[in-house]
Design a protein around this ligand. Structure first.
Ligand code: ZN
Length: 480
């Protein structure tokens, strides 16, 4: 923790670029999967290379996913938005301008709710717009090469209000944002693959102050760990300047993660004039209200997490694990709906199924289970109805995971049906008591810990099929 943090408060806002997971680029039919194109400049066409006379056509897939993402951000999706040209010269930009949404973005307002060190916090979204990406410059052997495979790929830029007061706030927001983008299917938001890129606006002010200080925009931050470092270093730098009585100007700085410092890219004075104007090649984007409403999302990961913790009484860790990704969460929701047993449904996922997956040589997850979810639920119901012991249930689950089938049929064919026949179980108890006279005497003289031993012996003798509850009752009676 910095020495200055007692005196100054850090205030931050974020601008995050998230790559839309559409099949094609934003305005042409080139593939959007840039990771697949190893050879530079093989995934390009006259449209994304900005050849004269070529006309862009907006991809419907991009709009679909952007609308879903807006819903996940609880943003107000606009029925009417427009595209503008942002003109600047840079070799990675083949058209000489970027197509973006400066004046009428696709979504306004919104929020991201998350937990920061177990406390629920809300970070407000200012707006979200869609725009196309630039190519990539490769520096090699003293030369700079241009690869345009990425040029024209669709991005969502998500701009927040200045609501962040700590590194922990920023990291919690980004993790939640990543979860939301995966939840709605709009992006994999993998930071290491450049699918989620973040610029941080940072200013400081004395604690208690309500005005904002001069802000510095930090760019080029490429991983979760470097965000934390970059914030620390910039906070320290601004505090030192204020302490020395220096004034500083609004500027953009680039973060160097190898050397752990930032360098100025440009100041407000030499801010580029982008000459924004509506793109004459693209009509306004008009989205039908029906199209917008059909893509709404009722529950978000944070809603599920709070429900699991508060209503289902799961421990915090389980609530988090079961709400992290949509496959796990939807599977859990289905199990609960079928069994009415949130706790046991949780433990069958987090302990039984996860252990089976871990023990398997190939990577697998819930969607790889061969049997219907209803059959997994049936196993839980049989355990609850004392028709199957929880120990034996694992063998049945394993069959359902790898071989498909009906739960009750597996229980029959494996000979695992639990015996609740009191007469038969009593005979087993009598036999165990007769075989273990020494332990019986010890137990009766006060060594109560031996009780578990008798239950265990009875279970063993019944080949795991005796109902342990009934064994316990009979044993208590006979040993008293
Ligand atoms: Zn193209």
């Amino acid at each position: 923790m910095s020495n200055y943090s007692a005196k100054y408060e850090i205030v931050m806002g974020l601008e995050t670029h998230v790559r839309v997971k559409s099949n094609t680029k934003m305005f042409c039919s080139c593939q959007n999967a840039i990771e697949l194109a190893d050879e530079p400049n093989t995934n390009v066409c006259p449209v994304c290379m900005g050849f004269p006379g070529m006309l862009p056509t907006l991809s419907a897939g991009v709009v679909d996913l952007a609308v879903r993402a807006s819903h996940a951000l609880r943003s107000d999706v606009q029925e009417y938005s427009e595209f503008d040209r942002k003109s600047y010269f840079y070799p990675d930009l083949p058209m000489g301008y970027q197509i973006t949404q400066m004046y009428h973005p696709i979504a306004n307002g919104g929020e991201v709710r998350t937990l920061v060190e177990w406390v629920e916090k809300t970070f407000r979204i200012h707006h979200m717009h869609i725009e196309n990406d630039a190519g990539k410059l490769v520096h090699a052997g003293g030369k700079t090469l241009c690869d345009y495979n990425r040029a024209g790929s669709p991005l969502m830029e998500i701009v927040t209000e200045p609501d962040f007061r700590s590194k922990a706030d920023v990291l919690a927001y980004l993790e939640e944002l990543q979860k939301l983008m995966r939840w709605c299917g709009a992006s994999d938001a993998d930071m290491e693959k450049g699918q989620l890129r973040c610029d941080v606006n940072i200013s400081i002010r004395p604690h208690g102050s309500t005005t904002f200080g001069t802000r510095v925009e930090l760019k080029n931050i490429n991983s979760f760990s470097s965000i934390g470092r970059a914030i620390d270093v910039e906070f320290e730098r601004q505090c030192e300047m204020v302490e020395r009585g220096e004034t500083f100007h609004q500027e953009t700085r680039g973060w160097n993660d190898e050397k752990w410092f930032s360098t100025p890219l440009r100041s407000k004075e030499d801010a580029m004039d982008y000459r924004y104007f509506p793109d004459p090649d693209l009509p306004p984007l008009v989205i039908a209200r029906e199209f917008i409403d059909e893509r709404s999302i009722s529950e978000l990961p944070i809603d599920r997490r709070m429900k699991y913790k508060n209503d289902y009484k799961l421990i915090e860790d389980d609530a988090r694990i079961l709400s992290n990704d949509r496959t796990t969460s939807d599977f859990y929701e289905q199990l609960v709906a079928l069994t009415w047993d949130p706790k046991k449904s949780c433990s069958y996922i987090t302990t039984v199924l996860f252990a089976i997956f871990e023990g398997h040589t190939e990577k697998m997850w819930l969607q790889d289970i061969k049997a219907e979810t209803a059959e997994i639920a049936e196993v839980i119901k049989m355990v609850n109805a004392d028709e199957l012991s929880s120990t034996n249930s694992k063998a049945v689950i394993e069959k359902l995971v790898f071989e498909w089938g009906i739960a009750r049929e597996w229980v029959e064919s494996l000979g695992l049906k639990q015996t609740n026949d009191t007469g038969a179980l009593e005979a087993i108890v009598d036999a165990i008591i007769a075989e273990n006279t020494g332990q019986v005497a010890e137990y009766k003289s006060g060594k109560e810990a031996l009780f578990g031993f008798f239950v265990g012996q009875c279970m063993k003798k019944s080949a795991g099929q005796g109902n342990p509850k009934i064994f316990t009752e009979i044993l208590k009676k006979k040993l008293s």
